[in-house]
Design a protein around this ligand. Structure first.
Ligand code: 9MR
Length: 348
């Protein structure tokens, strides 16, 4: 190759590189904004979103789920009806699908939930059980599911929604058949099956200090005194603008931390009566910020999960007619004021 041709080639390739470089990073480009996951990580917390398997066909939805969030919780995939649809016959397909997505996107996963009065298979609820019959069924369910997901979930919501609003035990099939000791048994059995997952009790309307959160406070204190492996308390955080912001959220989180358990905000959403107005969306944004702030203020509050991230897939309209707009992204996956408020409180 002659010297002049090679000089031309060098000049040409330099020009191509320059053009490519300019196209990739124009001189005016801002650095990529940090994701909620990255912002939360600076506080040593995770920021996550629940998800559900039918949503896995929505590519635009998945792109944000996988990029913005550092943690996910399967909304339904690990519940009893899904994991043990027939007695002793287990199906982990849906849960495994969520786990595979989370693994690909370096997300932590919360296991939800082993023992709950709702979304049980008919074979369990359509008959009566004696304690001697139900106990081994419950143990086998907990241990088979927890063993399958061993090492893959950071937490288990072992018992979900065990109390009524007034702090009395919910009369679930488990309570009625086995008595209150089913909670300690469930925690012990789950711990045997997956000793490293942090074991949680989880409920709604326990954000502030009230009769229901008091019941958990006393129960967890007793369980710890008895050496039962309870390691976390989950505040679901399903709020509604029309009921006001719960009083004492930070104090409540702190009192559980002081008992020696960690706390997670597990299912945060803030619904409103429709239509959503700019005023309501602004209030919602303040509430999201205030709730996240309460978690940031307590070292043992380990992270926040919103109960899916877009109004497109929120459970609210299906359950509360004429209510909705509960999540930080709208139905077109566009961020709402709440999203910007959360970013700000996380330091973004
Ligand atoms: O998000 C879940 C929704 O898809 C189900 O239809 C619903 C059935 O009750 O459960 C939803 O999740 C619940 C969670 O598992 C426990 N806390 C309350 C949540 C909202 O109902």
């Amino acid at each position: 190759m002659s010297r002049s041709i090679s000089r031309h080639l060098i000049a040409l390739s330099a020009a191509v590189c320059l053009a490519a470089g300019l196209a990739a990073t124009p001189a005016t480009a801002e650095p990529r904004p940090k994701t909620l996951a990255e912002l939360a990580k600076k506080h040593h917390k995770y920021f996550g979103s629940a998800t559900d398997n039918p949503e896995f066909t929505d590519a635009a939805y998945l792109k944000l789920l996988g990029s913005e969030f550092g943690q996910t919780t399967p909304g339904n995939a690990m519940k009893w009806y899904a994991t043990e649809p027939k007695p002793g016959v287990f199906d982990f397909t849906a849960g495994d699908e969520v786990l595979a997505f989370a693994k690909d996107h370096h997300q932590k996963v919360r296991g939800h939930t082993l023992v709950w009065h709702s979304q049980l298979p008919a074979w369990l609820t359509d008959r009566t059980w004696t304690a001697d019959e139900l106990r081994p069924v419950l143990k086998n369910h907990i241990q088979t599911v927890a063993r399958h997901y061993k090492g893959k979930v950071i937490h288990w919501d072992v018992v979900n929604e065990a109390f009524n609003e007034d702090g009395t035990y919910r009369e679930s099939i488990f309570y009625k058949t086995l008595g209150p000791g089913y909670i300690a048994d469930a925690l012990r059995w789950a711990h045997e099956a997956d000793p490293r997952a942090k074991l949680y009790l989880n409920d709604y309307n326990v954000d502030g200090i009230n009769a229901k959160s008091d019941a958990y406070y006393h129960l967890i204190k007793q369980l710890k005194a008895d050496g039962v492996p309870v390691e976390g308390f989950g505040l679901q955080g399903h709020l509604a603008l029309q009921y006001g912001f719960p009083a004492g959220v930070q104090e409540n989180i702190q009192r559980f931390a002081d008992l020696g358990v960690e706390v997670a905000i597990t299912e945060l959403d803030i619904r409103m009566e429709l239509p959503a107005t700019p005023e309501k969306l602004a209030t919602q944004a303040t509430w999201y910020a205030d709730y996240v702030k309460a978690c940031l203020a307590v070292k043992k509050c380990v992270g926040v999960t919103i109960w899916d991230y877009t109004d497109k897939y929120s459970w609210i309209p299906g359950v509360f007619p004429d209510e909705g707009a509960a999540l930080p992204y709208d139905e077109n996956l566009q961020p709402k004021p709440a999203y910007h408020a959360i970013r700000k409180v996380l330091g973004g």
